[in-house]
Design a protein around this ligand. Sequence first.
Ligand SMILES: O=C(O)C(=O)C[C@]1(C(=O)O)C=C[C@@H](O)C=C1
Length: 273
Amino acid sequence: MTVLKVGFQGVKGAYSEEALIQFFGDTVEPVTHKTFEDVCKALEDDTITYGVLPIENSSTGAITDVYDLLNKYDCYIVGESRVKVNHHLMGIPGSTIEDIKDVYSHPQGFEQSKDYLSGYNWKLIPYYNTAKSAEYVMNQNKKQIAAIASKKAAQIYGLHILANQINSNHQNTTRFVILGKNLTSDNTCNKISVVLSTPHKAGALYHVLKHFAENDINMLKIESRPVGHTPWEYYFYIDFEGNMNDTIIKDALAHMSKDCHHFKLLGNYKKSN
Ligand SMILES: O=C(O)C(=O)C[C@]1(C(=O)O)C=C[C@@H](O)C=C1
């Protein structure tokens, strides 16, 4: 039997790996990648069947790089998963808080722990991933460096925890999207994501959004990202409730796409709780 390959960014002990296991269980083969974009490239090259990427954190908001990748690559959201994120400060065995000079983590790890970090004068060094930072600290074997990562990462890389649960918000949760190469849907799917851009004229976005109000469709989120090549123009990423096989949704999507410069249906999947 062939085992499904599922990509994530980072190394063992990353929150993305936890999201992957939560969604797929332990019957798939997790495949590590250096960057978020490498996961999309692997999907494009068919070296993996699915990819798992963080898209939004309950305290810090959108993971903007991932929004941009959803539009850049020919991939679709086929599911989502939420992980409670508890960050810990960790160092090599024998190190103490007083020894620490440099701290490594993913920028999100710093951002989500900024209240705790504001009490210290440490140099914060952004690194690929939380678990990759823990691995780096283990390999360096120096008392002056620490990592911000998960408890699982501390266990895997043999680090000891110097400060527990340092995230500012104790409900800190990250939402991850599961990406596939094809647009799929079945009758359990109840959430739709699209990305669009509108002409730069008065009421253009209103004309798109009015289809939600007129058809009683519940919008869940809107996020804007710069188009890039034209200053002050934006892509709007919109999540709303529905199934793309329902007539009302089909009609709304058809009308919306007519009013847009750019329109991509990013996926129809099951909302996570
Ligand atoms: O998966 C990891 O461990 C990461 O370092 C990435 C990431 C992110 O980019 O949001 C994942 C979850 C947490 O929000 C913090 C960091």
